[in-house]
Design a protein around this ligand. Structure first.
Ligand SMILES: Cc1cc2nc3c(=O)[nH]c(=O)nc-3n(C[C@H](O)[C@H](O)[C@H](O)COP(=O)(O)OP(=O)(O)OC[C@H]3O[C@@H](n4cnc5c(N)ncnc54)[C@H](O)[C@@H]3O)c2cc1C
Length: 377
């Protein structure tokens, strides 16, 4: 007896949207979703704090925009989220900061129709999973490390335990299990999907793995601070111009007022290109925290109130995001489903409008759901 007809790896926007859209299309198969993180969200996750339960800090994508025309399937997917208020139009300012310290606003790519999850970004994935009405099984805090293709089904094994899951079809929403970056970053010996289906068995899958191996992903170092300041009147985002980004190695500052009258600040730090390995990561995290904190007084010159709040800020640490915004070599939409190996792909690494952004994750999930419902059970 298999655990599921479809196993989805990853509960980010793409994985959760795939499940929600499949259910909207009346797909009745058994679905299991497995996620390494403690809850849904992926790169739209929200940081919670044990000692301050009212805190919600969007430490990955703080929102997103989409470019019309949107496919009907995507509009249908988002309609219930707009209706229940978990997806809303943002209404706070976006300011641009130049390398000479001058500000102008609003600016940045966030100008057009900026959308946010409410009350936080993780609410989007939570609301998408809720559309499944409890029909799928959800496995959080489990990182899949080994994949095996056994005759007509997939067997997925967790890292560091003997927990496993079996399913007829499998979808990877994150690209980690199919991308060689896992070798250096996590110290894995093989690319799990390549090991599961040896070269030559499925030409489509060979093409997928070749494309993904060529794609690079940007790394981010996001510093999170708790500021003793009510940020309601401050801009929501401060985007640096390209010249300012090069000067400070910071993309933007995101301010999120909290229910306890304090404000969360996320400094989106850009990468220096130093290779990340299990050994170098702890050192890099400390270096990035120090660097970003040291730069803040200069960056915040135009906002003296914010500047002085930062001096008394409590650090909530640095989050290293991998695979944020894949830079090149998108995966062709025609390769989203490899029938011979019964494996599919969705996420922001799929080609199309919104590639590398939240919109791409949503669109690719809708496309894959519409394809999966046409397959024989
Ligand atoms: C700091 C930052 C800022 C961003 N800003 C913006 C923005 O302003 N606008 C915008 O449009 N986009 C932005 N993005 C990009 C946006 O967040 C992503 O495009 C989108 O969230 C991708 O969703 P996804 O489902 O494709 O991938 P993910 O959210 O990465 O989901 C993949 C999931 O798979 C899980 N997973 C992977 N491998 C395994 C495994 N082996 N076992 C179990 N689980 C696994 C991961 O834990 C993850 O939760 C930003 C991203 C970051 C990091």
């Amino acid at each position: 007896m298999l655990d599921a007809d479809l196993v989805v790896i990853g509960a980010g926007l793409a994985g959760c949207s795939l499940i929600a859209r499949l259910r909207q299309l009346n797909w009745t198969g058994r679905i299991a979703i497995v996620e390494a993180g403690r809850g849904p969200g992926g790169r739209t996750a929200t940081r919670r704090r044990r000692k301050r339960p009212e805190w919600r800090l969007d430490h990955g994508a703080p929102g997103f925009h989409m470019v019309d025309p949107l496919p009907e399937g995507l509009k249908a997917l988002l309609a219930p989220l707009r209706e229940n208020g978990s997806l809303q139009q943002a209404n706070r300012d976006v300011i641009t900061l130049a390398e000479d310290g001058s500000i102008s606003g609003p600016g940045g790519p966030a100008l057009v129709d900026w959308l946010e999850g409410q009350p936080s970004m993780a609410s989007l994935c939570e609301a998408l999973l809720a559309m499944d009405e409890g029909h799928s099984t959800q496995h959080f805090g489990r990182r899949i490390r080994t994949l095996q293709r056994i005759r007509t089904h997939w067997c997925l094994c967790e890292e560091g335990s003997d927990w496993q899951l079996r399913g007829t079809r499998m979808v990877l929403s994150g690209s980690l299990l199919a991308h060689p970056r896992s070798l250096a970053m996590l110290g894995w010996q093989v690319v799990p999907l390549r090991e599961a289906v040896p070269e030559g068995q499925d030409p489509d899958l060979d093409q997928v793995l070749e494309t993904l191996a060529r794609s690079r992903a940007e790394v981010r170092w996001n510093l999170m601070l708790d500021l003793p300041l009510n940020g309601e009147k401050l801009p929501r985002q401060i985007w640096l111009t390209p010249e300012a980004q090069a000067q400070w190695r910071v993309e933007r500052l995101v301010l999120q007022p909290q229910a306890d009258n304090r404000t969360g600040l996320v400094v989106h730090g850009l990468d220096s290109g130093v290779p990340i390995t299990p050994e170098s990561q702890p050192v890099l995290l400390r270096q990035e925290e120090k660097r970003l904190r040291q730069q803040l007084p200069e960056l915040l010159n135009p906002w003296p109130e914010l500047q002085s709040a930062c001096e008394q800020a409590e650090s909530l640490g640095v989050m290293r995001w991998g695979a944020s915004q894949p830079l090149d070599h998108p995966l062709a939409r025609s390769l989203q489903w490899c029938d011979a190996s019964a494996v599919g792909f969705c996420g922001d690494y799929i080609d199309g409008p919104g590639f590398g952004r939240a919109e791409g994750a949503l669109r690719s999930a809708v496309d894959l759901a519409e394809l999966l419902v046409t397959l024989t059970p």
